[in-house]
Design a protein around this ligand. Structure first.
Ligand code: HEC
Length: 104
């Protein structure tokens, strides 16, 4: 019975955690840079065809980044190429823009 309640609660938490609005202010250094480093800069490096490896570049390209990461699975323009960000990670980019593109 305790196991049932625990597993039920953790499943609910996972569902909520991906859809809960982000309440804290989103910042590039602490919130977005780690996502970019693990999912984007392998292709979008400083020497790449479309560098997205620092604050100014991500800031300048935020609209096209949000456009690309929100595309549906199977869309050839979806980023990251060959994968996808979680709904919570996508929400961080959207909220970062709404919060005023703060660096740190
Ligand atoms: C496996 C390599 C790869 C990864 C990983 C990748 N991209 Fe890309 N990206 C590309 C390629 C290739 C293009 C050019 C083709 C196109 O426009 O779709 C591109 C294009 C883009 C563009 C459009 C650039 C422009 O000026 O038109 C944006 C924005 C972008 N990627 C953002 C991202 C973001 C954000 C991530 C991480 C969430 C990411 N990419 C991960 C390979 C990658």
């Amino acid at each position: 019975m305790i196991f049932f309640i625990t597993s039920c609660e953790s499943r609910t938490y996972e569902e909520i955690s991906d859809n809960t609005p982000i309440t804290s202010v989103v910042k590039y250094e602490s919130d977005l840079k780690p996502i970019m480093d693990s999912n984007c800069t392998s292709c979008h490096s400083a020497s790449g065809f479309k560098p997205l490896n620092n604050y100014n570049l991500v800031k300048e390209n935020i609209d096209i980044i949000i456009n690309r990461i929100q595309r549906p699975a199977g869309d050839p323009l979806k980023m990251p190429q060959g994968g996808s960000l979680s709904p919570n990670q996508i929400n961080l980019f959207v909220k970062w823009k709404a919060d005023g593109l703060i660096e740190n």
